[in-house]
Design a protein around this ligand. Structure first.
Ligand code: GUN
Ligand code: FE
Length: 417
């Protein structure tokens, strides 16, 4: 069954440009975009039309780095830096997900809030706990969210109630890969937390699992000077953080998503590009607990794939649209304080990272061009009485000062929810 939707339509034409189709009709068939026209084509005259008036139709957002269990801590303890923040507030909260009832309560709210804020694709960290992580995979999958969810692996440098031994960690991870194999919206992904909390044995054994099941990996990569230093101390045989994962066989089994990537060496960049991996900028998180700024403009110019992440709860806002605005702001600071080799990014570049560029990871979504999977939002209510905004201005203002209340309709896999 085909349907037509009327709205102002905006999506990324390419990295630098928005495609804008004011006052147009988009046809959706079998969950995919068929075409966009200024008037209804003759052959579609009898197709039902949903009219969103002056609303602006945009692709739904992708969150490439978010911790579901940390949802309860958003906006709290934001005056700490990474090491203290992990030990004082993050690890103690994550230990509570040994209780599946507690996990269910939080994960239901997390998934609802993600969708409310227009995120329909996501790379999500759970905790070390299998039962809680299973629930998260099933909850996201049944909501239609295209995603990757990881049971976190960690076997050193954490409180006793969050530590596994390497064998147990790998066994539990394999059980999840078996249970959730096949064609689903939400799939499992390997999630070694980061180098400081993983032994070489754990990483090597996860690499073998990755190969056996054809599954990729998400982790935190050169996220802070402290973390990069720890990685060097704990893995002195490798030249950089990324090489630890490469030599463990974790880079070439499926998509690799490296959170933060703020202090990469040339080797880190070379290895990430070799495997066409995604780096993820998490603007709020880097301001709050990491205190470093990604070289976004320079990395984009070198052809790196970069998406955006809310990084709840190092970041405090679950809406990826807010992170698109923050990415532009941070790029200006980066250029101002370190002009050598850095440049500010444009708003269309930030929007592209949050939609089209990241959507590719989830199978052809994140755009409204013909053939795209139709995951989309209608935003409205952002103009002033004294001046009507253009469709492109509406999108920019939404990212700066919009809220979930400005999202008037949501479509996932072609269906309105
Ligand atoms: N590094 C290791 N664990 C974490 C985490 O939970 N959040 C962030 N931002 N960085 C990390
Ligand atoms: Fe994180």
């Amino acid at each position: 069954m085909m349907k037509l939707i009327h709205a102002d339509i905006v999506y990324s034409e390419d990295r630098e440009q928005l495609a804008v189709h004011p006052d147009s009709y988009i046809a959706v068939e079998k969950g995919k975009v068929k075409g966009i026209w200024p008037v209804i084509p003759e052959e579609y005259r009898n197709v039902p039309v949903t009219d969103h008036g002056n609303g602006v139709l945009i692709p739904a957002f992708s969150d490439l780095h978010v911790h579901a269990p940390q949802y309860l801590n958003r906006g709290l303890e934001m005056d700490l830096l990474l090491e203290d923040w992990l030990n004082k507030c993050t690890f103690p909260l994550e230990a509570k997900y040994a209780d599946p009832g507690f996990a269910k309560l939080v994960y239901d709210a997390f998934v609802d809030d993600m969708l409310a804020n227009g995120t329909m694709h996501a790379c999500v960290y759970g905790t070390i706990h299998s039962e809680a992580t299973s629930y998260l995979i099933e909850r996201m999958d049944s909501a239609g969210i295209k995603g990757f969810v990881g049971k976190v692996n960690m076997d050193r440098s954490a409180p006793a109630d969050l530590l596994e031994d390497a064998e147990e960690s790998v066994r539990e991870t394999e059980a999840l890969l078996e249970k959730y194999s096949g064609n689903r919206n939400t799939k499992p992904i390997l999630t070694p937390r980061f180098a400081p909390t993983c032994t070489g044995k754990l990483l090597n054994d996860l690499g073998k699992l990755g190969k056996k099941y054809g599954v990729g990996m998400q982790t935190h990569l050169v996220e802070s000077l402290w973390e990069a230093e720890q990685a060097r101390l704990l893995f002195p045989e490798y030249s950089c953080d990324t090489e630890i994962y490469e030599k463990s066989g974790l880079m070439d089994n499926g998509p690799v998503i490296g959170g933060h990537f703020i202090f990469p060496s040339e080797d880190d960049i070379r290895i990430m590009q070799k495997y066409d991996s995604y780096a993820v900028q998490c603007p709020d998180a880097t301001v709050s607990v990491i205190a470093g700024i990604m070289q976004t403009g320079a990395l984009l110019d070198r052809g790196m794939k970069i998406g955006l992440g809310s990084d709840i709860s190092a970041g405090h806002h679950i809406g990826v649209y807010t992170q698109a605005a923050r990415a532009v702001q941070l790029s200006k600071l980066k250029e101002f304080y370190e002009p050598e080799g850095n440049r500010k990014i444009s708003f269309p570049e930030a929007f592209w990272m949050a939609t089209k560029q990241s959507g590719d990871l989830f199978g052809g979504t994140g755009s409204l061009e013909p053939g795209s999977v139709f995951d989309a939002l209608v935003i409205d209510g952002l103009s002033d009485a004294a001046r009507e905004l253009s469709p492109a201005q509406t999108v920019e203002r939404f990212c700066y000062i919009g809220t979930k209340e400005n999202i008037k309709a949501r479509y996932i896999n072609g269906k309105q929810i």
